[in-house]
Design a protein around this ligand. Sequence first.
Ligand code: ZN
Length: 503
Amino acid sequence: MIAHRMKGMFCASLLAVALAAPAAAEPVKLSLLHINDLDRIEESKARGGLARLMTLVNRERAAAEHSVFTHGGDSISPSLLSGFDKGAHIIDLFNEAELDLMVLGNHEFDFGAAVTRERIAEARFPVLGANAIDSTGTLIEGTLATWTREVGPYTVGFIGLTTPETPEISSAEGVTFKPLVETARGLSENLRSNGADLVVALAHTGIVEDLELVNGDSGIDILLSGHDHLEITYYNGQRAFVEAGSQGEKLMVVEVTMDTVESRGKQVFVWEPQFRIVSTAGVEPDAAMAAKVQTYLDQLSKELDVALGKSSTPLDSRRASVRGGETAIGNLIADAMRQGVNADVAITNGGGIRGDKTYDAGTSLTRRDIQSELPFGNRTVKLQVSGEQLLEALEHGVSRVEEGAGRFPSTSGLAMTWSRSAAPGERVKSVSVNGQPLEMTATYTVATNDFMAKGGDGYVIFTEAKTLVDAAAAKYMASMVMDFVAAAGEVAPKVEGRVAAVD
Ligand SMILES: [Zn+2]
């Protein structure tokens, strides 16, 4: 305004407008600091981890006029640590980080809704769950449908939404999930009639659902999403939509400028987003958070040495063994995967079994043993394939055995015979699934790992399969094998003709 006055009469009309505008018309900036899908508290390859993320969040908070640190869901599970404390550690760490707001993701229900409620009770930050309805017909105890924050003269309303697929991909028994767009629309109207200028949906929803919220009649302005582990910034002039990858490797900053402008004689609210994706690579970890994370990692280390159960048969995970033929340990892993997602069959690649050692009969298996056999953090996904596709996958599996290729299959629920001397692609001689001959036109459900489901080790055929449980919904293979051995107490896997070479 001072600048206008100095220009004197030339700007008289502009000056009049400026003087007429209310004091509230100064633009106000709100920084939404967003992460999603973080269950790994430690860094990996010098990225991510809560200590590095904390440094970025502190830096952004200090620089921002106003900020809200949001979490788009999926933290309580499926980390190794969560296998011991059902996710209590991560709520403790987010309390420490002074997280402002979280929405329930599907993995928040992996230990059942009773545990979800326990974790919510421990959180010192609000947890949103607008469309998650408990068996009593109300919101899950401790959750809120909406939350508002005053930002200067403006009110920003938040709505928390969770993918309605959650009952299929988690253990949310008794909880039902209301439709996303309809729920968002009702609550947006509510928030606006109660004075909200801007409406933000914090949603743990898949990309198709995200686009329904962004393009549909949801009434929202900004969508902060999760679930797909994608890095997304989107703005179409009316609505903005972001997702921040996963594991806190990057912090998504949406700087929202809010203002009041005159339009056709009326004061109207306007806003505009500006996106920044800030990497944790090269960021000095926050010392206090690093110390707290380390105490949990030390606990984990002790827990890893605990014996889960005994193998009464010898096991052999040497490289040439798991890439050259059927092995007892491969059968054990495949059995755990098949049971873990309740599939007809399981196929997993020898290249994913890494212990490279032998275990005598009677060895007590520790969590560390399983973790070192399956170190990649792969998850068990569930696909639906035809008999023809299953056969093609098995042919692929034995196609380069002479090179010791990592694709060699360990299986469960099926028995095949194959010929080493036949040409690749013609090696499989017979296949039966759970005792019945393979039918080309029948459909089968397959447990496999997320690496193979994406075409890894050349299993391109799996990229054409229908996905029933995707990587975002899946649990870690290693945890599944640990649970399997612990539940059994004693296992006795054997080579029994599942992948039997006839020559
Ligand atoms: Zn998810």
